[in-house]
Design a protein around this ligand. Sequence first.
Ligand code: G6P
Length: 367
Amino acid sequence: ARIEKSGYKHFMAKEIAEQPVVIADALKHYTGGGVNPALQLPEGVDFTGVDRVMMVACGTASYACHVAKYWFEQIAGLPAEVDIASEFRYRDPVLSEKSWAVFVSQSGETADTLAALRHAKEKVAKVVSVVNVPTSSIARESDLSLPILAGVEVGVASTKAFTCQLTVLALMAIKAGLDRGRLTADQAGELLVGLRNLPGLMNHALALSAPIAAIAEELAEAQDVLFLGRGAMFPLALEGALKLKEISYIHAEGYASGELKHGPIALIDARVPVIVLAPRDALFDKTVSNMQEVMARHGKVLLISDAQGVAEAGHGVWRTLTLPEVPAALAPILYAVPAQLLAYHTAIAKGTDVDQPRNLAKSVTVE
Ligand code: G6P
């Protein structure tokens, strides 16, 4: 069937809005439809005896891997690495027969990721892929492939594929936690319930579209924008910056909040918006103190947090956005929504081509 915009101005807007539905579908597929979600991953997803996961991807998919690295290590105590596919082969990675190599790709056709897969094949315990196109080369050449079930993604800037990749990777990390005895069935169940509640929370985040559009009018004037986050919100800062630069052509960088003082703080003045992704989690106070360093130098802070976080730290910042509370581990999935909407509305304010940004391709099949 032909893919339509179904009343949306852009595919990107449609794909952002679809996230609660496609994530709910993916969760139903992998955790069943009953009252109590239970993991139903393919049989081969068994981490017993696995010593390490090496994740490899490009672009947005690589940031999903970076979030998952925190999950595999925190939830499952399983060492995890992330490589950019174009670097993987050439750094002579040390591959082991006890490790898994996990390739994450929306299209399943990205040349660098496919070449990296072929490099790892036969040298690791298992080649696993997490893809949106189940008939793709990457899916076909893996020992085991998990579809993310996002449906066709048309916008060049990946949105729903990112959050569906995160969803599937979170399920894998929970499975790893169970297989390795790091999680009790109850703890796993709690995480699964948290995942199942995400689509509802995402609808609240989507409802912030109008205030985000108002902020975007001002962001559109910026030359440079910084995104800051700590923990698993750090890779989300990278993804927020990538989205913004891809479609609005504003220079943007993501930084780990703690790295601010090691360089980027030199850029801060009253013209530089700094977007702080800070749910009220264990790292919140540290991130807030980094945010205050920005404010002391007259940086324009947009604080994205939950109600408690905004109440505690929102005083005196340029703008705030309030998201619902979410279990700390799952915050990157929810906070992806305002990051995407900020990029989208800034591009609209600038009048750039949202679905077909200049110089970019949906799927890059050359190395
Ligand atoms: C291109 C797209 C990005 C995407 C990247 C990886 O650069 O513009 O949105 O994240 O390729 O694509 P893949 O299909 O492998 O996820």
